[in-house]
Write a protein that binds this ligand. Sequence first.
Ligand code: 13P
Length: 254
Amino acid sequence: MKRKPMIAGNWKMHMTTKEARELVSGLLQEIGDVDTTAVDILVAPPYTALSAVKETLSGSPVLLAGQNMHWEEKGAFTGEISPLMLKEVGCTHVIIGHSERRQLFGETNETVNQKLKSAFSHGLAPILCVGESLEQREAGRTTSVIEEELEKGLNGLTTEQVQSMILAYEPIWAIGTGKTASPEQAEEVHAFIRKWLISKHGEAAAEKIRVLYGGSVKPENIEGLMAKENIDGGLVGGASLKADSFAQIVKRGS
Ligand code: 13P
């Protein structure tokens, strides 16, 4: 049996507080008839909009996530945000290791690992992103890159922790490019991730872990992706910025 799907919207650096309220109000209207026992819906707004989004979501089952966090609770870390701060505004989840953090802001597998450990110790469920660049894919290194990200990122985590987290496969070449991985290309990597999880944490744990696909997910391609055995949902960037397209992805993906 497949896992409960999750459709997650990563807003990246988009949406003022006012725009965020409008987007979420629109989304709640559009998904009014969705059976949320059958799909988890999550949004990850920028930090400044988290409180406003939480307020607008009041009473709805839509989950809230931060897009990143520091591993420390507080300190002299200008520009960073802590797990306590995310928890306080109502986040239950946090995205860790997005490729934009890795490529543009120097995130490494080691800092990813520290952040994952901190998320667990603060009761935040992490969504760990992994994925290869076009250059790495063309050099035949896709699975070795993913394996290294998993080995180092999840280093020292218990099976209990790993089975409560969410993974997202986001091929860098498919992010924001309009060029989605085909369902077959995505499934190949998702199956590899599942096999790796089985080998490290056993079949029972591995079968519980949701692995989302991210990279130019749209209403038109979500069904084909979700039809694959090891694809358990979508992590959506651009198409999560409009209530109707995100709602369509939720409906078609569940
Ligand atoms: P796009 O859906 O805009 O390609 O972004 C994907 C992504 O990076 C989600 O985290």
